[in-house]
Design a protein around this ligand. Structure first.
Ligand code: NAD
Length: 338
């Protein structure tokens, strides 16, 4: 088997630390070209792979390397601009998050992907993290019942100034961090988004975002996020119609709370909680979702099927991001101090 010919774009921290090591574990993927606008960065590929085309010019890569797919980890404006070019040549595209800055830009990317018929993907690795798969299995059972409410807390300490040439710290934070959590709310909420309410509080350079979502399934999401926290933490609770509650802490520990639990070993235990953790030998890339996201993306490319974290899948998440920014623009009176 010759494998899929893959070009990588942007050999910065995220590519070197997470995506490239994951790609190198995939036997049927051949990295044939590397592009970085900083050529000395692109040359660092020699530490990992040999016999690879190295360039600082994406057009040249597309014209000469005969790639089936590109995997990018650049600033969002490069994801957007280079994705248009790749799609126009029928090349499948996987970009790190965020794929672009606004909902309007995302709609243009979705249109272009439809016209070209390529598979698109965004690096929503939280969604593919191993504990998340376990959580999906647990909440998908008849015994668990319907998902009624999802509570998400995503604590961060940055960014406290705008990123990527944007003029808004709020939009930068939403695109850099909260995009993962909003997307999880949308994924577990199911159905269509019916209502979005949000509030942004500020103190100095830090901000706090409270968000309430309602879905046509009847499920609600309550999300607290922001940069007003000492460090990164993430937790999630899902409440079911059968009075069960499953809790995920830091993409690691899952605790299932059940009203009554009976086995021959435990008897009929009230206030029962059961725990799940990834195995100690699971690789970090599997646990954190990088392996799962790329494996499923390339499976979609090979089978010519849609990929779960496509450009299109992010439409509700970008709708939420726009609404948070719009609501903040008309109600900028919630600053805790000047
Ligand atoms: P970085 O600055 O370390 O790397 C970006 C690289 O892209 C640099 O080498 C730069 O020279 C190159 N580049 C910029 N414009 C280019 C262009 N037009 N053509 C080719 N190369 C270009 O940044 P990073 O920390 O690696 O982040 C990259 C992306 O990964 C960002 O979008 C970020 O949001 C994302 N990221 C995602 C996660 C996650 O949780 N999934 C985590 C970290 C970073």
């Amino acid at each position: 088997m010759t494998g899929l010919r893959v070009g990588i774009v942007g050999l910065g921290a995220q590519m070197q630390e997470n995506l490239l090591p994951t790609l190198l574990q995939m036997p049927d993927i051949r990295i044939v070209a590397v592009c970085d606008s900083d050529r000395s960065r692109a040359e660092q590929i020699n530490r990992f792979v040999s016999h690879v085309m190295i360039t600082d010019n994406f057009d040249e890569m597309l014209a000469s390397a005969q790639v089936d797919a590109v995997v990018m980890a650049c600033p969002p404006q490069a994801h957007r601009d280079l994705a248009f070019k790749a799609m126009a040549r029928g090349v499948h595209v996987f970009v790190e998050k965020p794929p672009c800055f606004t909902l309007a830009e995302l709609e243009e990317l979705i249109d272009a992907s439809r016209r070209s018929g390529v598979v698109t993907g965004v690096g929503m690795n939280f969604k593919f993290a191993k504990p998340m798969g376990q959580l999906r299995q647990m909440t998908g059972t008849e015994q668990f019942g319907e998902i009624v409410h999802i509570q998400l807390n995503h604590y961060a300490s940055k960014p406290t100034s705008p990123l990527w040439g944007l003029d808004s710290t709020l939009r930068s934070f939403l695109l850099a961090q909260a995009i993962h959590t909003i997307d999880l709310g949308v994924t577990f909420g199911g159905g269509e988004l019916r209502n979005i309410e949000s509030r942004v509080q500020r103190h100095g350079d830090s901000l706090l975002v409270s968000l309430e979502l309602q879905f046509t399934t009847g499920a609600t999401v309550s999300l607290l996020s922001g940069t007003m926290f000492p460090y990164f933490e993430f937790d999630m609770k899902i409440v079911s119609s059968n009075s069960m509650m499953v809790e995920l802490n830091n993409l690691w520990n899952i605790t299932m709370h059940e009203p009554v639990h009976g086995t021959s070993a435990t008897g009929a235990g009230k206030r029962w909680r059961g725990a799940w953790q990834p195995g100690p030998l699971d690789s970090g890339y599997e646990r954190s979702g990088y392996f799962g996201e790329l494996e499923k993306f390339f499976a979609a490319v090979r089978n010519k099927t849609a990929y779960e974290a496509s450009f299109e899948s992010l439409r509700p998440t970008y709708r939420v991001i726009e609404r948070i920014c719009d609501a903040d623009a008309v109600r900028p009176d919630l600053a805790l101090s000047a």
